[in-house]
Design a protein around this ligand. Structure first.
Ligand SMILES: C[S@@+](CC[C@H](N)C(=O)[O-])C[C@H]1O[C@@H](n2cnc3c(N)ncnc32)[C@H](O)[C@@H]1O
Length: 256
């Protein structure tokens, strides 16, 4: 039932948390929840050095959000500490006014993005799970950003058309079900402004993007979708693209 990720990851049964919910991303998320999300993972000394120097979660809000998710029995699949820092620094630099996030979880990455936005900036965030959305809603209230946040519950691809009237958008961050990344990209191409930024997490396919050694169909499908997504971003001619070499791989592209 679970992907063979022993080549890279430590499997962890999801059924303890989610019963018989058959939900691809949650499953993969549980499986990877034990993986190191350190920045500079290939050199743990550098990783520790950077994390100690920058203390990316010195503000207690970040641990509180992680704890709120754990208390609710949610998988620990928030972006890593340094990835949260990357999102906040990028957002502070870009000062986006209208941001779309696909994959809310408990609101961790959304609040990181909101920290960099103008006081009048809006975050439109999409979450499949009603329970995750409810935990996120409480975290947005506690962080004092609820009025600048709209949460849409359900499959993102069905919900996204609702916000097209507010576009075009300044930044889109994709961090949900991997097999839908290509569809999210087509939506982004139509709804991101010229000069706007596309960010997407996990684009290294948990280490399998270059050589996919997974054997289970679920992981193979996810990695294939990520390959298709990465190639389309680059080959569409719509973006100037780079890949930030984080542990998960963070695609960073500017729309031409
Ligand atoms: C990796 S987590 C997001 C983590 C979040 N960005 C953070 O770092 O705080 C992915 C989230 O996407 C949600 N999700 C999965 N498939 C989805 C879909 N089709 N539409 C909307 N949300 C989805 C999952 O329920 C999960 O909460």
């Amino acid at each position: 039932m679970f992907p063979d990720l022993t080549w890279n990851l430590k499997p962890k049964p999801c059924t303890e948390i989610f019963g018989d919910q058959d939900f691809e991303l949650i499953t993969i998320g549980c499986l990877i929840s034990d993986m190191s999300k350190s920045f500079g993972q290939s050199d743990l000394g550098i990783s520790s050095y950077v994390e100690n120097l920058t203390s990316p979660e010195a503000d207690p809000i970040w641990k509180r959000i992680r704890q709120s998710a754990a208390d609710a029995g949610m998988p620990s699949i928030h972006v890593g500490e340094m990835d949260g820092q990357h999102l906040e620094v990028l957002s502070r630099a870009l000062k986006p006014q209208k941001v779309v996030e696909i994959g809310t979880l408990a609101g961790y990455s959304g609040i990181r993005l909101l920290r960099g936005m103008n006081a009048s900036g809006m975050l439109y965030t999409f979450e499949f799970s009603r329970m995750h959305a409810e935990v996120a809603r409480r975290n947005f209230v506690n962080a004092g950003v609820a009025e600048r946040t709209k949460i849409y519950v359900g499959p993102a691809i069905e919900q996204l058309p609702q916000i097209e009237k507010y576009g075009p958008f300044d930044l889109v961050f994709i961090d949900a079900d991997k097999t839908s990344y290509p569809a999210y990209l087509e939506w982004t191409i139509k709804n991101l402004r010229s000069g706007g930024v596309l960010l997407a997490d996990n684009v290294f396919g948990w280490g399998g993007i270059a050589e996919n050694m997974a054997t289970d169909p679920e992981t193979i499908a996810s990695v294939e979708a990520l390959r298709k997504f990465n190639a389309r971003v680059v080959e569409s001619g719509q973006f100037t693209t780079t890949f930030l070499p984080t542990a998960e791989g963070l695609l960073f592209a500017v729309k031409n």
